[in-house]
Ligand binder design. Structure first.
Ligand code: FMN
Length: 304
């Protein structure tokens, strides 16, 4: 994996849609992922799932993130869709109960033998590079053992440096990322708790990882990628005001319409992220949540 800069947009269910990815790329994100989609759901080709993986020429480089465990279903889905993506990423990190119950996401971290079998089967039968995104372990940190199994089959490893058990509690342990980087030969994408350009720079310096992945700090804030690049190159960056935030939100709305991805529930969630933390955010929050359609949300934001 060779990217134009170190700053990668994380896969985020309900947030990292095509329109949002395009804005992040324009601000300088060097790689983006689709949100995770279930291989089984994708094999059934329902419209909702296909919308989740919609992409276009400018949405590049792009990784399709899959969750699943059945190696044959995964391979079938990969063979069908890989031509539209630069990478195929397998989710070894999702902590949600629903996913873990099916044996997907972070649950796979408990099955070291099967990880090898699965990655071997996929990587030797697919054309595009395979990558993984993982947590540091299920109950405890076993990341070193896990990445040593994975590295033979993948082109990059993204690590959210918390175990599944930790959820989002405490702090991500960046020492784990450093240790992984020192011990594997493939590019390492560090992830967890990058809240600012300064933190992104700190993770790169402390862990020596190749790339850093930004999740929550990018929600409603595509500007973070420009700020990270500027801080990386010049040790300073521009702050953006509400007017500029509104501008990029209206652009987001336009892109959703262009790609036929406008969905009231998802748009509400994004609007809340774009306008959290400002004076008066609480009042518009209730109005956004109770809006009957997306035009109403646009009007609320215009007057905010
Ligand atoms: C709303 C939300 C949705 C997420 N969805 C996914 C997902 O679909 N696939 C995935 O691998 N990780 C997912 N994650 C985890 C993030 O990619 C990332 O690993 C995590 O948030 C830690 O990074 P951060 O501290 O920069 O937020 C999600 C996180 C959030 C907050």
């Amino acid at each position: 994996m060779k990217l134009k800069n170190p700053f990668v947009l994380a896969p985020m269910a309900n947030y990292s849609d095509l329109a949002f990815r395009l804005l992040c790329r324009r601000c300088g994100a060097s790689l983006a992922y689709t949100e995770q989609v279930s291989a089984i759901a994708l094999s059934k080709e329902n419209r909702k799932t296909l919308n989740m993986i919609k992409t276009c020429e400018e949405d590049s480089p792009i990784s399709l993130q899959l969750s699943g465990r059945d190696k044959n279903i995964l391979l079938d889905v990969i063979k069908k869709h890989e031509k539209n993506y630069d990478y195929i990423d397998l989710n070894f990190g999702c902590p949600s109960k629903k996913i873990v119950k099916c044996g997907y996401g972070s649950a796979l971290l408990k099955e070291k033998e099967y990880i090898k079998e699965l990655l071997e089967h996929l990587s030797s039968n697919m054309k595009k590079p395979l990558t993984v995104k993982m947590r540091s372990g299920f109950k405890q940190n076993e990341s070193l053992e896990l990445v040593k199994i994975m590295e033979d089959y993948v082109d990059a490893i993204a690590v959210h440096a918390r175990t599944r058990e930790q959820g989002y509690s405490g702090k991500a342990d960046w020492g784990i990322i450093r240790e992984i980087k020192e011990n594997v030969s493939v590019p390492v994408i560090g992830n967890g708790d990058i809240e600012s350009p300064e933190k992104a720079f700190e993770m790169l310096n402390l862990t020596k990882c190749d790339y850093v992945m930004i999740g929550r700090a990018a929600q409603g804030n595509p500007f973070i990628f420009e700020q990270c690049n500027d801080y990386f190159n010049e040790r300073e960056y521009q702050k953006y005001d509400l007017k500029e935030k509104k501008g990029v939100f209206f652009e987001y709305h336009g892109l959703l319409k262009k790609f036929d991805l406008l969905n009231l529930g998802l748009f509400k969630g994004q609007a809340l992220e774009f306008f959290k933390g400002y004076n008066g955010s609480k009042e518009i929050k209730t109005r956004i949540v109770t809006s009957k359609n997306t035009d109403e949300i646009i009007e609320i934001v215009k007057r905010f």
